[in-house]
Design a protein around this ligand. Structure first.
Ligand SMILES: Cc1ncc(COP(=O)(O)O)c(C=O)c1O
Length: 354
């Protein structure tokens, strides 16, 4: 790599997102998108917004969207910031609270994008290994840490930690606690009230999963107003484009559609989990729109990498992680429609019988 780069950029490995195939025809269960479409009203409003106003910049303060988020989640709009996907908010948080060499902690394995963001900033990543059951690691409160990330539900395990444990952690740590709730709508959990009880709490959410709007790139975060004011200085001024703002507003106005789709996903998740267990996989208790399935002892002779490749040959994409080693015998499977789930199960049954 060219010597013109900063040392940390030259040394780091870039993030490799889940595969987005360029040809259609896949059953796509690899990047935790929602199998159901956004509400028709979102599409209508988007079409209406495709007009001459696109020559104008969007509202840098996202007034309307933040007011709607405030109403829906009973939070003051001064406690809300929106982002170009929650990935942008994670980026803003790191740039706001951690400098070169500062410690940023996260339990591992978790969402794979924290580490590259930390590397870009030149901060120091402090991964703390999750126990086998993905319960809260005892030593997550690392002295002097500027930021602690906690994906809850966690990816790729899907496991959810209870509010009481998250709140106790928040009270114990130095620096800010970022509760990444990308998947929370598929659970009964949620930590938004942390921000009223703790000056160092940030709760990040997204419209990419439960709201079926991954393509629009909309994230939002709740935090005490004092933290939001500081983060505001770091965000790009026009970070949400006009169409994303319109889509997000319409999605909130039709939030019942999101809730119904999330409930359907949870039902399918339960069915898939049950059948995977019967087939001999170990499946963690997921409260997200995906399952982490490990090749169990009764499936000796099969391996996850081969199953992944064989499913892909059958035009079914799931996620396989070569790293870390503890995930090498696992597949992460997004919850699809019932028909997609049936197709996946039929393919797995055939492959395991062979
Ligand atoms: C835990 C977690 N957080 C955040 C994100 C980023 O979501 P987005 O940038 O689409 O809002 C993802 C995406 O998969 C995720 O799994």
């Amino acid at each position: 790599m060219s010597k013109l780069f900063r040392n940390n950029i030259a040394a780091m490995r870039g993030y490799i997102p889940g595969e987005q195939p360029q040809d259609s025809g896949y059953i796509k269960l690899n990047t935790n998108e929602n199998p159901y479409p956004p509400p028709p009203a979102v599409l209508t409003r988007l079409r209406d917004a495709c007009n001459g106003d696109l020559r104008l910049y969007p509202d840098p303060d996202a007034h309307v969207l933040r007011a709607k988020l405030g109403e829906v989640f009973s939070v003051d709009s001064q406690q809300i910031i929106v982002g170009n996907g929650s990935d942008e908010l994670l980026n803003i948080i790191i740039r706001s609270f951690a400098g070169e060499g500062d410690k940023i902690v996260y339990p591992n394995p978790t969402y794979g994008y924290y580490k590259p963001l930390i590397d870009i900033q030149g901060a120091t990543a402090v991964p703390v290994e999750f126990p086998a059951d993905y319960s809260l690691p005892n030593d997550l409160a690392v002295p002097g840490a500027r930021i602690t990330f906690l994906a809850n539900p966690n990816g790729p395990s899907g496991t959810l930690l209870p509010y009481s444990q998250v709140a106790a952690l928040c009270a114990r740590i130095d620096g800010v606690l970022v509760v990444d709730e990308a998947y929370v709508d598929f659970s009964q959990g949620g930590c938004i009230r942390l921000i009223d009880e703790h000056r160092n709490a940030i709760v990040v959410r997204t419209m990419s999963k439960s709201f079926s709007l991954a393509g629009m790139r909309i994230g939002f975060a709740f935090a005490p107003a004092e933290l939001i004011t500081g983060m505001w200085k770091v965000k790009d001024h026009y970070n949400l484009n006009r169409l994303s703002l319109v889509a997000a507003e319409a999605a909130l106005e039709n939030i019942d559609v999101m809730r119904a789709h999330a409930a359907q996903v949870c039902e399918t998740r339960q069915r898939l989990s049950g059948r995977l267990l019967e087939l001999g996989f170990y499946v963690w208790d997921s409260r997200a729109n995906f399952l982490l399935a490990r090749i169990g002892e009764s499936l000796a002779g099969h391996d996850a990498a081969t199953l992944y490749a064989q499913l892909k040959e059958r035009r079914i994409l799931v996620r396989y992680f070569q790293n870390p080693p503890r995930l090498a015998d696992c597949l992460r499977i997004s919850i699809g429609t019932d028909a997609e789930t049936d197709a996946l199960l039929a393919a797995l049954e055939e492959l395991l019988a062979a």
